[in-house]
Design a protein around this ligand. Structure first.
Ligand code: MSP
Length: 520
């Protein structure tokens, strides 16, 4: 199939976006751009999760109606993703009419299947997790281990979903090794298998009484019951692909190729979601991938510490490319990672301004000065071209397995090769000695390497790659390039004219000075 449908978790609209939310959306954007580079017809969905008690409470605290409150928060998320160049095709909001319709239909179908029954729930609920907890899930002090707050006790008559009916089938899906694993990384797959084995993981409550929660989608034909926020939220993945509303999109894009989520919500995606889909007779997604969590300067983000980082502020200060690059060059995606401004400056300046920016600058300057800016019609160095293809192959393997930091290293093998080649062979000396053909071959080879690096780096640093691409004289835009197109081939077109547009990536101190002086 030539399509690729990927989703992110939809963020709770109870507060503004932070760097942890951004980490996931950038990762999804890297995958989306990479799949487009492979020639896939990509559909990329993200959005906001706008119902539930947590959001309702935040709206009350802000003195707004829940709808007015989530309108404001959703706008902040959309703005943040634009500033980070997130190329989502659709931004879904769970308060949309289309989504509310689909959620009610899903509920109706589960009920018709005999998977929904009325019962009495007596237990604990953590609003932070929007999840039911057991005594043994709590810390010694009786609080939720994630949110460090005591859960609420409640006892109420509501609807349950027959999860137990599907436990065996979910286990089958998780161990179906005839295809690729459906849950990654492996540790997370084992974690859900373990959770499934727990006899206490039983049917779960999927509604609340309206007296306990007003801000949610009503149960069809029974407005006094409100649908549980996780049933509502998970359904976004099929609403977004046109389930029951757009047959063409639905046939084309479902099942999802990838649900990208954080490690804290694996149970919902790898147990509850497959069970819901089985109940409504919809095929299961290909893959759920759980990434690690980002801390800030080694600490968990929290309002009380005051270290919650705003992605819009970061991109306005340092540029989206630096933030994107650092997060994925410095961290291993399937493990926990860290964000630190000092480390970001040193990595971005070293790799992007010095390694990549200087390579471009040297090449266009030498070509303009000695060859009227034209790509010379000479032979390339086969050894370096071969190394470039080898590094590219490694890049594809690493990108396919979500090993972004390794893929970035592969790109920098190409950049470092080009820089070393120029330093060692000194084309400026050869030119002075009249060895113009030899110098031309060095410049051509290095330009071919830089061109490939720009293409492979495009999913990670889209603006920087486009700027390099433009200075190399291409007119076709980089976002239309696929590995099947002429422009992906190793050689540069002879006679193409490069355009020196100045530094493509300013060292970050300069950046801040430039921003400050433009404000004066
Ligand atoms: N609304 C639910 C998801 C519903 S999906 C059907 C939710 N929202 S959230 O706002 O709490 O989190 C959204 C995503 O951001 C989740 O995948 C979560 O794991 C991720 N992250 C939240 N904090 C994070 C970090 N500090 N680091 C990396 N990702 C983090 O859960």
């Amino acid at each position: 199939m030539n399509k690729y449908y990927l989703t992110t978790a939809i963020d709770y609209a109870n507060a503004a976006p932070h760097i942890g939310h951004a980490y996931e959306k950038i990762a999804a954007d890297i995958v989306a751009r990479y799949q487009r580079l492979q020639g896939k017809d990509v559909f990329f969905l993200t959005g906001t999760d706008e119902h539930g008690s947590k959001v309702e409470k935040a709206a009350i605290a802000a003195g707004l109606t829940p709808q007015a409150f989530v309108d404001g928060v959703a706008a902040k998320f959309e703005k943040a993703w634009k500033s980070l160049f997130i190329s989502n095709d659709r931004f879904i909001r769970t308060t949309e009419e289309q989504h509310k319709f689909v959620v009610q239909e899903v509920f109706r179908k589960m009920r018709e299947k005999g998977d929904v029954y009325k019962g009495k729930y007596i237990g604990l609920y953590c609003e932070g997790c929007e999840d039911f907890l057991r005594e043994r899930d709590l810390t010694e002090n009786g609080v939720c281990p994630n949110h460090l707050k005591p859960p609420k006790k409640f006892e109420e008559e509501n609807y349950f979903f027959r999860l137990t009916k599907y436990k065996d089938a979910i286990r089958q899906w998780l161990v179906d090794s005839s295809k690729n694993a459906h849950v990654l990384p492996e540790g997370r797959r084992l974690e859900v298998l373990h959770q499934l084995d727990d006899p206490e993981l039983g049917d779960f409550s999927i509604t609340r009484s309206r007296s306990a929660l007003t801000w949610g989608i009503p149960v069809p034909d029974e407005p006094e019951q409100v649908i549980y926020v996780w049933i509502d939220a998970l359904t976004n993945y099929i609403t977004g692909a046109g389930y029951l509303t757009d047959d063409v999109a639905w046939k084309k894009y479902w099942p999802a190729d990838l649900h990208l989520i954080g490690k804290d919500i694996n149970k919902f995606h790898s147990i509850y979601w497959p069970a819901m889909l089985m109940s409504i007779d919809v095929p299961l997604p290909e893959l759920v991938f759980s990434h690690g969590f980002i801390t800030v300067e080694g600490q968990k983000m929290s309002k009380s510490i005051g270290n919650v980082l705003d992605p819009i502020h970061l991109t306005e200060t340092y540029g989206a490319d630096a933030v994107r690059y650092f997060l994925f060059a410095a961290n291993t995606f399937d493990q926990d990672g860290d964000f630190s401004v000092a480390d970001m400056l040193s990595l971005a300046n070293g790799h992007l301004a010095n390694g990549l920016g200087n390579l471009l600058n040297r090449l266009v300057t030498l070509l303009e000065k000695n060859f009227s800016g034209k790509i010379p019609d000479v032979k390339v160095d086969p050894v370096l071209m071969e190394r470039m293809e080898e590094a590219s192959s490694r890049y594809f393997i690493n990108m396919d397995s979500f090993e972004f930091s390794k893929a970035i290293k592969d790109i920098f093998c190409i950049v470092d090769d080009a820089n070393k080649y120029i330093n060692d062979s000194k084309p400026w000396t050869l030119l002075k000695e009249g060895k113009s053909q030899e110098a031309a071959s060095i410049l051509l080879t290095s330009t071919c390497l830089l061109k490939r690096a720009a293409i492979l780096l495009f999913p990670i640093t889209p603006k920087l790659s486009c700027d390099i691409w433009h200075q190399l004289g291409f007119t076709e835009t980089l976002d239309t390039i696929t590995v099947h197109k002429e422009a992906y081939r190793p050689l540069m077109p002879a006679g193409q004219v490069v355009r020196n547009g100045g530094p493509v990536f300013l060292r970050i101190e300069d950046h801040k000075e430039a921003a400050a002086s433009s404000k004066k």
